[in-house]
Design a protein around this ligand. Structure first.
Ligand code: ARG
Length: 228
């Protein structure tokens, strides 16, 4: 069993972009949040040492493709397009793209995004879906961090921000004069990305995810960060 233990051990490198509360964000030097805790719990299940790499969101998939990171947890939405480059685990969360506007805005639904200036985080599904509106005269401003888009909105530089619902709540709570529209722009699901064809790791991750779901750990982690 010594050898088996050695084989099971080792480092599990997670790539993320810690600009996405409550899924991943900085607490001092540490990266904390739902994804960080899920990753740690998976690593523990597999008897591995978790290492977190905080990089640009649009570098996460390339980092996995090149093998520099073993898995990507970043509130990452499963899309057909991304499935061309990486394999995804079973999904572990439901999410949606939400629209943030100023309290006095005339923008009241996704349709109203046509022809206005919309901020997004570069390379996210918000970016991808809002970019489809460019044909309708929408201008897309792409920021490295979601919060930078929210700041630009509160400074009147842009008309709306499209971003995932949970970070939207956090950012709006931290900023004066903004609100989130009820109607979602899209519905999505988050999963863990691994290198295409790495079925060994994928199966281990799915097994660990199932254990963490069944024993309540996953719910506990989420409840710690998202108050119902
Ligand atoms: N769910 C969106 C996507 O997959 C946004 C994720 C952004 N995550 C982050 N850690 N910055 O594109």
């Amino acid at each position: 069993t010594g050898a088996a233990k050695d084989a099971a051990g080792g480092r599990l490198i997670m790539a993320t972009n810690a600009e996405f509360p409550p899924y991943e964000y900085h607490d001092g030097d540490a990266v904390v949040g739902i994804d960080a805790e899920i990753a740690k719990a998976i690593a523990d299940e597999l008897g591995m040492e978790l290492e977190i790499e905080d990089i640009a969101f649009d570098s996460i998939i390339p980092e996995i493709v090149s093998g520099k990171a073993d898995m990507g947890l970043a509130g990452m939405t499963v899309t057909e397009d991304r499935m061309q480059s990486v394999d995804f685990s079973n999904t572990y969360a439901k999410a949606s793209q939400k629209i943030i506007v100023t309290e006095d805005s005339e923008i009241a639904s996704p349709d109203d995004l046509k022809g206005v200036i919309v901020g997004v985080q570069l390379g996210t599904t918000g970016d991808i879906y809002v970019s489809d509106l460019e044909a309708d005269g929408t201008t897309v401003e792409r920021y490295n961090k979601g919060f930078e888009a929210v700041q630009a909105l509160s400074q009147g530089k842009i008309d709306a921000v499209v971003i995932d619902g949970e970070p939207a709540k956090t950012f709006v709570a931290e900023t004066q004069g903004l609100k989130i529209l009820d109607e979602s722009f899209t519905d999505e699901e988050y999963a863990i990305a691994v290198k295409k064809g790495n079925t060994e790791l994928l199966e281990k991750i799915n097994g660990a995810l199932k254990t963490l779901k069944d024993n309540g750990t996953l719910d506990e982690i989420v409840a710690k960060y998202i108050k119902a």
